[in-house]
Design a protein around this ligand. Structure first.
Ligand SMILES: Cc1ncc(COP(=O)(O)O)c(C=O)c1O
Ligand SMILES: N[C@@H](CCOP(=O)(O)O)C(=O)O
Length: 464
């Protein structure tokens, strides 16, 4: 298996080099040259595997045996040892048509742990094997940063710098990132929004001299390994649904922002997992919903919502979808991305929109609808949704058809977003791991959204 760029100007790479490259060197995103197909017979065999066994099966289709099997198994065992559920991502049934895939049983209580615990182990492995320094640079709207820091804190040969938008993450997210006192962690709290942070780090990755001089590595979903690791739970969740003699169609509803999670579902579907509808759930930052409904992809005005991790206007992984949508034509992808950069939008024809609508459905929940659903589901099912998960459930309610089953993704634990839960007049008890954060000292540098100053801090940290 070789990996190529969506923009077509990177020589085919192996698996490890693809992960180390992160953002493609031509500014695109890395993708597999060919998507492996999983037959119905193999899916049947996989259906009884444990989460970790399934992970190894999926990865074996992509890693070219560049990592010996026993090493990969050891990394996977270590990655999921810290999860509070033996199933890693358990599925709970709420009613005849709704199942919740709980993705928040990792150390930082959000779905990002599922891939980032593995990435931490992976970078540590590569750093030791190749005697390479790993300098991680990442941007976060709250969850990726916390999970990535947790995955590499204190690890030898690795330093991590995370940019988060100042005062635009929840209190618990901020504490999870900034109460870590390991010397290999730097938190920059940038006076801007997530899109500003993401743009800035992408510019640093695109500066190939800077990237190589400072051994920059990516942990965001621009890195293909994030997408691959996230695809495992689509298979796992699908297999957990007990179907009788008359199986129903299975949809997934995925709270979306940077389009990484749902793109992992698109990948799983392309591999042969018979998901019926991929439902994109957004909040009021609904660029993806607007695209699916109108064919216009145009970043709008940034809004701070009750689901801050999804407060994103420019969805990184949209480019990966474009690649497949445009018939794997890298020239066309480059032209579309240029149009986004120069004209501020991508507009597709009515004919093409039909194809998008065959791939996805979408619904954007208002702040008010999110809060309302949190209250309703607590009252009706005694189940507490976090505000991101509530967007997923809103999209399930809107898009799931009769006689269809929907697996709605719970992407975070409600304790991370108590600001919203309190507005529903619901009192929740924090898990001990979160409660203890409030007594700890914070370490972060609040900094203006000024590229020069940020880069100066980065370089000083990496070189010290
Ligand atoms: C809790 C939560 N839900 C949903 C999302 C959106 O996921 P994605 O960016 O992969 O679309 C994020 C952040 O990305 C998140 O932290
Ligand atoms: N919501 C994310 C934003 C970054 O997404 P990623 O999947 O590209 O890492 C966050 O929590 O930081």
């Amino acid at each position: 298996m070789k990996y190529i760029s969506t923009r077509g100007h990177v020589a085919p790479q192996g698996f490890i080099d693809t992960v180390l490259m992160g953002l493609a060197d031509d500014g695109g995103l890395m993708i597999p040259e060919k998507i492996p197909h999983v037959s119905a017979a193999t899916l049947k065999e996989w259906s009884t595997l444990s989460y970790k066994e399934l992970f190894l099966q999926v990865f074996s289709l992509y890693t070219n045996e560049e990592i010996p099997k026993e090493d990969l198994k050891e990394m996977v065992d270590k990655s999921y040892a810290s999860f509070r559920s033996p199933e890693v991502t358990p599925v709970k049934q709420l009613n005849d048509s709704l199942y919740i895939l709980e993705l928040f049983h990792g150390p930082t209580f959000a779905f990002k742990d599922v891939a980032l615990q593995f990435m931490g182990e992976f970078y540590s492995y590569v750093s030791k094997k190749q005697n390479k320094i790993i300098h991680i640079l990442g941007a976060t709207s709250g969850d990726t940063g916390a999970a990535a820091i947790q995955g590499v804190r204190g690890k030898e040969g690795i330093k991590i710098c995370i940019l988060h938008p100042h005062e635009k993450v929840s209190k618990v997210q901020e504490l999870q990132m900034t109460t870590v006192d390991d010397k290999n962690v730097l938190n920059l709290s940038v006076k801007g929004n997530f899109d500003d942070c993401q743009k800035l780090i992408k510019e640093q990755f695109a500066d190939l001299d800077f990237k190589s001089k400072h051994n920059l590595r990516a942990i965001n979903s621009i890195n293909f390994v994030r997408i691959l690791a996230q695809s495992v739970y689509y298979f796992y969740a699908y297999f957990q649904i007990e179907q009788g003699d008359q199986p129903k169609k299975v949809n997934v509803s995925v709270p979306s922002g940077n389009f990484g999670n749902i793109f992992s579902g698109f990948l799983a579907k392309m591999m042969g997992l018979p998901i019926h509808k991929l439902i994109i759930a957004t909040n009021e930052n609904n660029i993806l919903e607007r695209f699916v409904k109108s064919g216009e992809y145009k970043p709008g005005e940034f809004r701070s919502t009750h689901s801050p991790s999804m407060d994103i206007q420019v969805a990184s992984n949209f480019e990966r979808y474009l690649y497949y949508f445009l018939g794997q034509d890298a020239e066309k992808v480059s032209a579309y991305m240029n149009s986004l950069q120069n004209d501020g939008e991508i507009v597709i024809s009515a004919e093409d929109l039909v194809r998008v609508q065959n791939d996805f459905e979408a619904h954007g929940a208002s702040n008010e609808q999110g809060l309302q659903l949190i209250s309703t589901y607590k009252a009706e099912y005694d189940y507490l949704l976090d505000p991101h998960t509530a967007c997923g459930v809103a999209a399930y309610e809107e898009c799931n058809g009769e006689d269809e089953i929907c697996i709605s993704f719970a992407t975070a634990h409600p304790a991370k977003f108590n600001e919203a839960i309190e507005q529903c007049d619901i009192e929740q008890k924090f898990p001990a791991e979160i409660e203890q954060l409030f007594a700890k000292l914070q370490h972060q540098l609040v900094i203006d959204h000024n590229k020069e100053e940020i880069v100066k801090e980065l370089v000083a940290f990496y070189e010290q």
